[in-house]
Design a protein around this ligand. Sequence first.
Ligand SMILES: [Cu+2]
Length: 169
Amino acid sequence: MATRSHPRPDAGKLVTAAAVAATVLALVGCGSSGEPDIEVGRAQASEPVAGSAQVVLDVTNLGDGPDTIAGADTTSAFAVEMHQTIVDDGSHSMTEIETVDVDAGETVRFRPGQVHLMLVAPDEELAVGGTFELILHLERSGDVTVPVEVVDLLDLAEGTFDETDDSDP
Ligand SMILES: [Cu+2]
């Protein structure tokens, strides 16, 4: 009959996905029922060099619940990737990472040489003194739009050094 519905091959997958989501929520909720409160500090990017640019950024969770950075976007580059630098026998390489946790009360610092953000194929019009908007995707807090200032690569490196020095007053 025409009223007979089609089989729903996806139904099983949906149930599985829901079960997984419930499990993840239960785990995340364990011991911390609070809400995250995400604040993004000064953000800077280097001028594009050889088809990429580094972004330096601090993400602080002022709340009492955890959150997770699940990527970033901008209209000023083909893509934004989160990378982890790996040093092996003195040689550096990097691998793409999908998520970065920001626990309650913690700050994640995106810096060259550690966990970092890179613009892939940035807009060639990005020049020192310019700005663009970066959208951070947070699993619990939603999207956060951050203005990013474009600076000379050397200034970006110096800024990194200064902030690393902060812990030693
Ligand atoms: Cu990288």
